[in-house]
Ligand binder design. Structure first.
Ligand SMILES: [Zn+2]
Length: 174
């Protein structure tokens, strides 16, 4: 099976009623979607599709983790993702219309690609500020070595832009 087609549900041949699907989302998907700013991950999407004559209703949960960079210490950590959502696919209206919750399908098409929905749902689950999860004392479990190095970097950065030191350097060059 080609990677690009692995999030497609071919609903045309399926009977009306409930159908369950499981999709695995891994590194290749994460890497392809640079917008997620993650370097790895392991997620599972559970999709329940209820098919009727006029529409398809998808109840979707996505769980697992993606490896993102911590805003505080800049080290990578596994960020837990727990998403639950519903997607409606209707067979009437302007084909191709999609507002994030309702998509209009051409009944002749016969299949739906959930790739974009998965990508957007994962994106929506990422908090604005990504920090290592807290320990028992409610302190972020950051990489101490990285924090120390960052601390040193900040200090040396400050001294580099210290105008007084620049002036002294200029004087010593005279
Ligand atoms: Zn951190």
């Amino acid at each position: 099976m080609k990677t690009e087609n692995q999030y497609i549900i071919a609903y045309k041949g399926l009977h009306e009623g409930s159908h369950d699907f499981i999709f695995n989302i891994g590194k290749s998907f994460i890497e392809k979607h640079e917008f997620l700013e993650a370097r790895d991950g392991k997620l599972r999407a559970d999709v329940n599709m209820v098919k009727s004559a006029t529409q398809l209703v998808f109840a979707i949960t996505i769980g697992g983790f993606i490896e993102v960079q911590c805003d505080r210490c800049l080290d990578y950590f596994p960020l837990e993702i727990n998403f639950t959502g519903t997607l409606y696919a209707k067979f009437s209206g302007t084909t191709g219309e999609y507002d994030g919750e309702v998509i209009v399908l051409d009944p002749e098409e016969g299949e739906i690609d959930l790739k974009q929905y998965f990508f957007e749902s994962i994106g929506l689950s990422i908090p604005y500020r990504k920090i290592h999860p807290p320990d028992r004392n409610n302190e972020p479990t950051c990489n101490r070595e990285m924090l120390t190095r960052l601390g040193e970097h900040i200090v040396s950065g400050e001294s580099k832009n210290n105008p007084l030191q620049d002036k002294l350097k200029d004087l010593s060059n005279l």
